[in-house]
Design a protein around this ligand. Structure first.
Ligand code: PMP
Length: 386
């Protein structure tokens, strides 16, 4: 049976063409480290690493390649930034749509007398700007939001939140796990101070590579999380403060960067607007057809405004995990059920007890696949006597 992959919010599949090839060619034909040896073969990976920083800057409209830090993924980026920034007595504001990648480091920081204010979103996953502004106090150091809910696909208004942060002089941190490569992100216009991304979702790159882009004015406020060899300033006892070395101790995931380099070129050449339009045309059809089956299955927003290609369904009286299992076993459709590592978002959307069945479409899904999914959902719906 042909498999239809609809779990691109977990990780995209397939990856952009040439990603695997670039990684393999580095491993098989180049192999050396960056910023460590003094031989000419080092220049090639060094150039690719630097070019990848530039590609990220171009994609997110940022002008400092040296302030583009590589990590393993967005989780590592968020941990680095939050644990390096927040001190006892600080307050941080989050939305109630956050992923555990934000909530768990913040839960740990509460042991260290950091306070967390959660601004509640509505049943559509939408946030009120007024509520964010009201939550700000003198102790509020930062506002952290996910750009897109990984549960129901609602887009949070980062440009407006960024403007609020600027007005009140708060640091604005964005979790772009579900938006990088799918939505336009402009660090300048959106007033984002720190943008955390992961390479393996919408950017169509490999797993194990991510990072963050950080404005100059914030760099000195964050202590590095990991310290050690950077290949620079080796005579010093302590980590040097210049970027990106301050946050890049230890050998980088160079194969991952080679893969990300190719995927960034692919995404940039296609154009973010075209990718979004393509994915939303699939989502439009899916939503319309699901509405014909039973509109009440759709969790959160039922329209296309301010949403991404993530759609959660809730079969209410049936275990969504069972539907997920049957969808694969009987129809070859791969989805993700449960709480998708965002329990607080499920509490907001009133789906905590049963989780949801999440479809997340990607650039390589097709309209024919949507037809097959809809037919399969019909069959399941009928079989379950709904
Ligand atoms: N934030 C959000 C909103 C996510 O959807 C995810 C992935 N599910 C993450 C963070 C974590 O991503 P990674 O595993 O690449 O660190």
């Amino acid at each position: 049976m042909k498999k239809i992959y609809c779990d691109n919010a977990a990780t995209s599949y397939p990856k952009a063409p040439l990603v695997g090839e670039a990684m393999l060619s580095y491993i098989n034909s180049i192999g050396c480290n960056v910023n460590r040896g003094s031989y000419s073969t080092e220049y090639q990976p060094e150039n690719i690493v630097y070019e990848t920083r530039e590609l990220l800057c171009k994609l997110f409209n940022f002008d400092k390649p040296e302030n583009t830090v590589f990590t393993q993924n967005v989780t590592t980026s968020l941990n680095t930034v939050l644990k390096g920034l927040l001190k006892p007595g600080d307050n941080v504001i989050v939305s109630s749509m956050e992923h555990n990648a934000v909530m768990r480091p913040l839960a740990r920081l509460q042991d260290n007398h950091v306070t967390v204010t959660t601004v509640n979103c509505n049943l559509l996953g939408e946030i009120e700007l007024n509520d964010i502004e009201k939550a700000m106090t003198d102790n509020t150091k930062a506002v952290v939001v996910t750009h897109v809910s990984n549960v129901c696909g609602t887009i949070l208004p980062v440009r407006e939140i960024g403007a609020l942060c600027k007005k009140h002089n708060k640091i604005f941190i964005v979790d772009a796990a579900q938006s990088a490569g799918i939505l336009d992100i402009d660090m300048e216009k959106d007033n984002i101070d720190i943008l955390c991304f992961t390479g393996h979702k919408g950017l169509l790159g490999p797993q194990g590579i991510g990072g963050f882009l950080i404005k100059d004015s914030i760099v000195s406020q964050i202590k590095p999380f990991i310290e050690g060899e950077t290949g620079s300033d080796s005579e010093l006892e302590v980590q040097s403060n210049y970027m990106p070395d301050k946050f890049e101790s230890g050998t980088l995931n160079i194969p991952g960067i080679f893969g990300l380099n190719e995927s960034l070129k692919y995404v940039t050449n296609l154009g973010i607007k075209n990718i979004y339009e393509e994915e939303m045309s699939l989502t439009k059809k899916f939503l319309e057809e699901v509405k014909n089956i039973d509109e009440s299955l759709i969790v959160g927003k039922k329209d296309l405004i301010n949403r991404s290609p993530i759609v959660s369904l809730n079969f209410k009286n049936i275990d969504n995990g069972l539907i997920c299992y049957n969808l694969e076993r009987e129809y070859g459709i791969l989805t993700r059920s449960g709480l998708q590592s965002a329990p607080i978002a499920h509490k907001t959307l009133d789906t905590f007890s049963n989780g949801t069945l999440r479809f997340s479409f990607g650039f390589f899904n097709t309209i024919d696949e949507i037809d097959h999914i809809i037919n399969s959902l019909y069959m399941i719906y009928i079989k379950q006597g709904l």
